[in-house]
Design a protein around this ligand. Structure first.
Ligand code: ACO
Length: 329
């Protein structure tokens, strides 16, 4: 084992075909396009087809990432899927993804820390590469949140969408990983959770009748926490990397609410062109939102060699994290 640097060698993405617009929600809920756009910045989200599971989205994003390289799945040494919507409680979705891609006998595991999943996964995957344990790690953020969203609850139905983003982390002489700041507070899991189906409470008939299989959220509480933690985590990650706000070229935040992103960007003195936002098109795709935004920005030619980026997210747990990254082309 030898210590090395890490870089992102390729990024891919996938979003299901079906698009659900604010106008669609106007037909089924007491809501309006105007309310949704003003309060969240969202206009559309992509929904998986009934037969599509999270692994299907993850596989498509991973194939897209691989197609941008000369690599095959066999060249990847380890697969990590960050998701709050796994195919099953077990086995891990990553095992299904690795085998479907044609990777034989490779290590594969999931990270379940809701919307912070990509940030945690980037820290873990990069550390495995930097420690010399693996030369290449495929990290995929993938979600089918539409399947755990209560379509009768206007407070949550409009927020969530489905998608996947995949990054190939690879050993590199120039190190992209500058710092990481992760955190959690599990004192109030009920602020944002799916309450049944685990070992605490069974998914029995009464719970299902009450709709407890769906995401439950205290929106206002989560909102306040999100702004504070996005700012704090970014500040600490920058400090750990010996950088200041002015050194940042891009902020790539978890896409939960346009107003949360704008409030954090304002404090961080980031002009709009340096903050990557695609919430209009996808809504909140949890662990997939950051790699989706990264993938689109790269395709648009916005990110250049040497750019300094902070990836920052928060979510259920409660949990949060930021990674400071130097882009290596
Ligand atoms: N359409 C119309 N009215 C609505 C809707 C809707 N879709 N949803 C809520 N309202 C109403 C409420 O009922 C309330 O009405 P009332 O005043 O008569 O009680 C009013 O609008 C205001 O409600 P608030 O909850 O205060 O609205 P707010 O401005 O806070 O926006 C929102 C709600 C969008 C949910 C916001 O709180 C938010 O984005 N919170 C954070 C969400 C988040 O980041 N989640 C992260 C999930 S990450 C993960 O791990 C899955």
């Amino acid at each position: 084992m030898s210590a090395t640097g890490v870089k992102i060698a390729a990024v891919g993405r996938y979003a299901p075909e079906r698009i659900v617009t604010n106008a669609d929600f106007e037909k089924t809920l007491e809501t309006s396009d105007e309310w949704i756009v003003t309060r969240t910045g969202m206009k559309r989200r992509h929904y998986a087809a009934p037969e599509q599971a999270t692994s299907d989205l993850a596989i498509a994003a991973a194939r897209d990432a691989l197609s941008r390289t000369n690599l095959t799945a066999q060249d990847i040494d380890c697969f990590i899927v960050a998701t709050a919507t796994p195919d099953y409680p077990f086995p891990a979705t990553a095992c299904i993804v690795a085998s479907a891609l044609g990777a034989i006998d490779k290590p594969a595991f999931d990270i379940e820390i809701a919307c912070s999943g990509f940030i945690y996964g980037l820290t873990v995957g990069s550390s495995l590469v930097r420690a010399g344990v693996y030369r290449r790690v495929m990290l995929i953020g993938a979600e089918t949140l539409s399947k755990i969203t209560n379509q009768k609850d206007r407070g949550t139905a409009i927020l969530f969408g489905d998608g996947a983003g995949a990054v190939i982390l690879e050993a590199s002489e120039t190190d992209s990983f500058l710092s990481s700041e992760l955190g959690s507070d599990g004192m109030k899991p009920e602020l944002l959770q799916v309450a049944i189906g685990g070992s605490r409470r069974a998914a029995d008939a009464a719970a299902l009748d009450a709709g407890e299989q769906f995401i439950r959220m205290e929106g206002r509480e989560v909102f306040k926490f999100a702004v504070t933690k996005m700012i704090d985590a970014t500040d600490v990650a920058l400090r750990k990397a010996n950088l200041e706000k002015g050194d940042l070229d891009f902020l790539i935040p978890h896409q939960a609410n346009r107003r949360i992103i704008d409030a954090a960007a304002k404090y961080l003195e980031m002009p709009p062109e340096k903050v990557l936002v695609n919430i209009e098109e996808y809504g909140n795709t949890s662990a997939a939102s950051i790699p989706l935004a990264l993938s689109e920005a790269l395709d648009a030619g916005r990110i250049k060699d040497g750019d300094t980026i902070v990836f920052v997210g928060f979510g259920g747990g409660l949990s949060w994290g930021a990674v400071c990254w130097k882009w290596v082309a």
